[in-house]
Design a protein around this ligand. Structure first.
Ligand code: FE2
Length: 527
């Protein structure tokens, strides 16, 4: 028997970019010449074309048998490791980690030693009373205007904004500021941009002239139904007053804000877009993640990180659903929605029990598609309710250990990307930052994002979050914008037919883990 211990044996393979399964380790251990057998296996694997990532006991037995009877060429096994996803360069606060390989010693999970502190402070679940009538839509837009104009008026550059109805009282060409909802945006035949804006009592046309390049760029970012501040020279005398725009101001986030921090060393792992039930759901990759959470895999540092995880936040698309996109049935493994949720519950049940799982729906989940969406109901997803879970709606404002999360699946990115030049599907954080600047989760009305007219506009980003967590794009992204952690947690699903058509290149298996005490993010790649 060799003197190599299990850990160094595993490491030898890891160094060669291969992972030994437990069985494979046992197979090597059972031999008297463990060490030299391992060496010989490594040599023959290195020479193997299409070398696999996961080294099984079968493969080891095969290799060692072949060297004994000296048969033909070594078998070629197709690699099971998905190709490495393209990832944005990590920021300084973010430490990129490679996939944890498995560890021999199981650590004590320190997050089990303190209580969770979860508070849901805004969520539509159980509070939807809309009848979807016209008057409800009028009300929700009025509410949107009121909430957003309050935020805009708090800005130093807009606190002296005047009501649009008062523009008629201004003498020619005076510089004024107004806060208005954009009811229409059009381009004139001369190439100028006209924004029709209104507040609760007045309307005006705001003109951006073609020659003003910077302003034209800004106006390209304006979407209908959002609320903006306009600075401009007023031309009175007309029936409907005109403004010659000098500046367009979005509500945005305050520049300085203190970072909220947890008192306990609690971490949150952020995931989304599992799409369980789809053939493209990467169950093996997901189980690598779960095993890491259990403290069963990873190097000392990665195990230490896992042991601090107190929360698992799932930002929608837990299951793939039924009939969500054309030809979906060709890619479904489970054809029944409740069975999809059963499978999801079974997988999530393997997450250690001291981890609270926050589950919000996405557009693939079995709830009404119009936003705000209530939590996935118990009669369809009872298994998820049996976990140590908190079922919330979409969006949801949740405080975890004193750090405020805004969880939003991200359906409105489809509309935003189609509307605003420069946004695309390969980078997920720029679209998220646009929403933060607009202080609204679904500013474009009438696109793919259906909106339910509630008593109030739940989609206004009234309270500034500490963490803005989205999914939907299937592309991992992390950035800090004005002290808000902007995180898109990617996916656990491989490319579907639909995504290929959209040109989406997903980055599966990348999990950001946020330390709520230090506010540092780490990213682990499980694929
Ligand atoms: Fe998704």
């Amino acid at each position: 028997m060799g003197f190599m211990d299990d850990a160094s044996l595993v490491r030898r393979f890891m160094d060669a970019d291969m992972q030994l399964t437990l069985d494979a380790l046992d197979a090597l251990r059972k031999r008297e010449d463990t060490e030299s057998a391992a060496e010989r296996v490594l040599v023959s694997l290195r020479e193997m074309g299409g070398r696999p990532f996961l080294i099984t006991a079968d493969l080891i037995t095969k290799i060692l048998k072949e060297e004994n009877i000296e048969t033909g060429p070594t078998p070629s096994v197709p690699p099971i490791r998905p190709s490495a996803p393209e990832v944005e360069a990590p920021t300084e606060r973010e430490i990129a980690e490679k996939a944890p390989e498995f560890a021999r010693t199981k650590v004590k999970l320190r997050a089990s030693e303190f209580e969770p502190r979860v508070e849901v402070f805004k969520d539509i679940t159980g509070r939807s009373y809309t009848e979807g009538k016209l008057k409800d839509f009028v009300n929700v837009f009025r509410d949107r205007y009121e909430r957003l104009s309050r935020i805009l008026r708090k800005r130093v550059d807009l606190h002296d904004a005047v009501p649009i109805s008062s523009l008629k009282n201004f003498e020619g060409r005076e510089l004024v500021k107004v806060i208005g909802m954009v009811s229409e945006k059009r381009e004139t035949s001369g190439g100028h941009v006209v924004l029709e804006i209104e507040d609760l009592n007045g309307r005006a046309s705001a003109w951006v002239f073609k020659g003003q390049r910077k302003l034209m760029q800004k106006s390209a970012e304006v979407v209908v139904d959002e609320v903006v501040g306009i600075v401009g020279n007023v031309r009175s005398g007309d029936r409907a007053p005109r403004l010659f725009v000098r500046d367009i101001i979005w509500p945005d986030l305050p520049i300085t804000r203190e970072l909220s921090r947890a008192e306990d060393p609690a971490c949150a792992a952020l995931i989304s877009d599992l799409h369980i039930g789809s053939e493209m759901f990467l169950e093996d990759v997901f189980m690598k993640f779960v095993n890491w959470l259990r403290g069963e895999t990873g190097n000392a540092q990665q195990q230490e990180l896992a042991s601090g995880v107190k929360y698992l936040v799932v930002a929608g698309d837990i299951v793939d659903g039924i009939g969500v996109y054309p030809q979906q049935e060709e890619e479904l493994l489970i054809n029944d929605i409740t069975k999809q949720y059963d499978a999801a519950a079974k997988l999530l049940a393997q997450v250690p029990e001291h981890i609270t799982i926050i589950i919000a729906p996405g557009n693939h989940d079995a709830v009404r598609p119009s936003e705000p969406q209530p939590a996935i109901p118990k009669d369809i997803a009872g298994g998820l309710y049996d976990l140590n879970s908190v079922m919330v709606g979409n969006p949801a404002w949740v405080s975890l250990h004193g750090v405020n999360f805004l969880i939003y699946h991200g359906r409105s990115f489809d509309d935003l990307i189609a509307t605003i030049p420069g946004l695309n599907r390969q980078k997920s954080t720029p679209s998220m930052i646009k929403l933060l600047r607009k202080r609204h989760l679904a500013p474009v009305y009438g696109g793919r994002t259906a909106i339910s007219p509630e008593q109030q506009d739940y989609l206004v980003i009234e309270k500034v979050p500490d963490v803005f967590h989205c999914g939907h794009m299937h592309v991992y992204g992390y950035e800090r914008y004005r002290n808000v952690e902007v995180v898109n947690s990617g996916t656990f699903q491989e490319t579907t037919i639909f995504m290929r058509r959209l040109g989406v290149k997903p980055t599966p298996g990348i999990v950001p883990v946020l330390d709520l005490q230090t506010r540092q993010a780490r990213v682990i790649h499980f694929a």
